[in-house]
Design a protein around this ligand. Structure first.
Ligand SMILES: [Zn+2]
Length: 108
C-alpha cells in the first residue's frame, strides 16, 4: 500500500507512517506501586495492523525469591528484561521495533 502511494525513498526503500503507543500497569488502590511491566506497539497507518509489539518486565518471581534469601538465582526461565526506570520502557521498545522494521517487514 505504501509502495502504491509512492512512498519510496532515494535508496528504493518503501516507507510508511506509523502510530505508536505504550503503557504500563499502575496500581493505586491505596497503594502506589511502580509498574513492573510495560508494553509498546507500532501500528501501520494504512493497514491499522500491529507491526511490532514489545514487552519489558522488571519483575521475576524466581529472581525475587532468591534475592529475598540473598542467594544467587539458579538457572530458570527468567522474564526479567528491564532494570532501569519504567518510563523508558516504551521508548526502548519503539526504538527496537524501528530497528527491526526492514528485517521484519521490508519497510521503513
Ligand atoms: Zn528471573
Amino acid at each position: 500500500m505504501a509502495k502504491e502511494n509512492g512512498q519510496i525513498d532515494k535508496k528504493g526503500d518503501v516507507w510508511t507512517t506509523v502510530y505508536i503507543d505504550g503503557g504500563w500497569s499502575k496500581r493505586s488502590y491505596g497503594h502506589n506501586y511502580n509498574a513492573a511491566s510495560g508494553v509498546g506497539v507500532i501500528i501501520g497507518q494504512f493497514t491499522k495492523q500491529l507491526l511490532y509489539i514489545g514487552v519489558r518486565n522488571k519483575y521475576c518471581c524466581v529472581c525475587a525469591r532468591y534475592a529475598n534469601r540473598q542467594e544467587m538465582p539458579k538457572q530458570h526461565v527468567c522474564y526479567k528484561n528491564w532494570d532501569v526506570l519504567s518510563p523508558a520502557m516504551e521508548s526502548d521498545i519503539i526504538v527496537e521495533g524501528f530497528r527491526q522494521s526492514m528485517e521484519m517487514h521490508n519497510l521503513k
